[in-house]
Design a protein around this ligand. Sequence first.
Ligand code: SF4
Length: 879
Amino acid sequence: MTTCTTCPYCGVGCGVLATADGAVGAEIKGDPNHPANFGRLCSKGSALGETISLDGRLLQPRIGGEDVGWDTAIGAVATAFSDAIRDHGPDSVAIYGSGQLLTEDYYVANKFMKGFVGSANIDTNSRLCMASTVAGHKRAFGSDTVPGTYEDLEEADLVVLVGSNLAWCHPVLYQRLAAAKAARPDMRIINIDPRRTATSDLVDLHLALAPGTDVTLFNGLLTAIMERGATNTAYVADHIDGLAEAVRTAQTSDLSDTGLDMREIAAFFDLWIGTKKVVTVFSQGVNQSAAGVDKVNAIINCHLATGRIGRPGMGPFSVTGQPNAMGGREVGGLSNMLACHLSLEDADHRAAVQAHWASPAIASKPGLKAVDLFRACANGRIKALWVMSTNPAVSMPDADAVRDAIRSVPFVAISDMFGDTDTAKLAQVLLPAAGWGEKSGTVTNSDRTISRQRSFIPAPGAARPDWRIISDVATAMGWAEAFAYERPADIFREHAALSGIAADLGVDFDISGLTGLTDDEYDTLAPVRWPVSAGRRGGRFFAEGGFFTSNKRGKMIAVEARMLAAPITPARPFRLNTGRVRDHWHTMTRTARAARLSQHIAEPYVEMHADDAAKAGLCPAVLARVTTDHGEAVLRVMISGRLRRGEVFVPMHWTARFASAGRIGAAIPGVVDPISGQPELKGAVCAIQPLQPRWYGFALGHGPLPEALPTDYWALATTKTGWRAELAAHTDPEDWSDLAQEICGGRGDPITLLDAARGIVRIAFVEDGVVTGALFTAREPVALGRAHAVEIFDAEPDVNTLLAGVPRTGQTDPGATICACFSIGVNTITSAIFEQGLVSVDEVGAALSAGTNCGSCRPELESLLRATRDRDPAPIAAE
Ligand code: SF4
């Protein structure tokens, strides 16, 4: 049976058709009827069926490493929370949740903490994702309202992407945009990002501005709008306050701070001002900043001044990182919000929520935001902590300190699908949570569309949905009546009813029209964009004013440009940017289980400009130590022409489970935006030095990923039959065969090739004619086609072919994977481009199938084509 559900990764919120295969996988297709994707899926969504195995799953509650029953585990959490509240007050307990939670889970968690515990100490990893947008929206609109829709990106004549690598981070939205541009070649796209990314290959103009100067650039735009008389005077007069002061402040910004050529800036201003239908899309490059809220308002100011908001093809548009960041915002998932966009600081709002919940208490002040929450753990204020479906020991800034802080809390419970995350290892109590495909509820995507996630396989072992775990704890603490939910629909109806009350109090979020859904209607609920009330369904906001401020007028905010918090110094000469790669999601707890998602980029890396690498004594593919005042990471060096000199990029995904020293969060200081509390994850300063190991290595093994490897450096990735690992060590072993056996778990006889002169060792173990493991080492980074080696190892090769490390006559090394869907590597594609004279992505697709399924690799195919034509920087994929 095929089930309509929703992808659990990014904020695009694509509809998925899932058909369980009866074993531990599922066939996955895009839902052609879902308004977010119309059948498209990216590489991550397409591989969802490969990530639902039981590998690493937590199947039973555990206390102190021992399996226990649910009653015992629930009792332990309830007792720890009750004791802490009794002895130290409600603010001594905390929950740290996740944008992975479904809206129903999120709602119940917030009700539990804010209405029954009586503390707002519940924050979420959405604080790391879009808290600055929430605050910016509220300052400008009086509410956290996304004014527009995805269709606006397609209907615009100009789309400006700010701090957004849409091609990799919101791939289906990128595909929609690319299709719109292909259909209307006059459409213009501008990309504002210090880095040239896969997204930049689509655009007409890439502005590689200096990091942190977005406010300066948009203040310059606002000034130009004013100087050229391009304000919409009628709209401003009728609906907007603050224009004069915003412009006055904007005029103090110095555009030379952006580091951009003035002609580029002029081209941007001309296009923006001269194009009525303009959408400005912004994402983590804007949000994850100590000036994130000001950046959001600098963008919104330009749209308010011109009245370009809430009309087809016009408006500021935030794309969220998390699958249910928006749902979390709707239920008050952040520690400074109440459910249904109501305000914690407003006594009438608090009274309305408390009455709806019939709760004994209601939090009356904002709780601790994420960074402060873990600092409170470290300084002993938090006595009991419950982490739900997230991995803060990796994803938070100052991650080592966060890890130590969690470890220091007297009682820590984790509810998660997996018991082997970096954070789960710190908990006394592990609560097995149902995961994607097993649980049911709703999520809201970046354009306010609420979609159902539906279960299509049973939860394994004793795993339960989060809403039920929370309700069970609440019941054990004496609040059974308020948490007597039998199914997610019960929670949804309660939430929808509260939204009607909220709307009566003047709030934007209103799904009261769904309050009366029957269980069957909830089960079959089609995607629907809020608001959904008696008088309104979906649509856009603010074209005719109607803001949610006290005087119903939108507000332009005077925002001053500020420099990044950490200055470049001789000891820390590089600006450290962080972000995502195409085929991994967050801390890899799910995507790292899929072999095809692990081949595109199989190791954490630091990307940098060739001139910087040369100055630092670094060559391509060596290992480097990236050091900040807070911590360090050891990473593979990737040299490209995509970064400005003095800036480096490191992906944020790798954890201690997959790499010995790849947790870049450990090196990021906990500097936050003063309003939103969102950490600055893209503005640290660092030093980079060569690691200079005695030897480098590459290993292949069958079976499950090892816990760790006995070398100074290692990075693991999943393959079809097992795993691959990059290695390095500072000393030679006494016996290479013993070390090889220990690393790859090879069974049978070792077959060894030694080239003492070049320090090359190659060892494979053969049992009954089958190669069971292999190790390749060299004094330099091992020169070996990884994709080729993995391919022949998986195919039970002739050992001599494997150890030779080069393709035999008639074989080819496919090179680093570009197309994950069809496992097509860069060498295969480049050869085809040359030999067959291919000139377009569609021709590459016709020749090789690359890019014809999910389409996530199409920007890289375009880049490869361009590289062969123009000798542009190489595509981003790395082995
Ligand atoms: Fe999932 Fe990809 Fe769609 Fe995002 S773009 S929701 S990751 S399929």
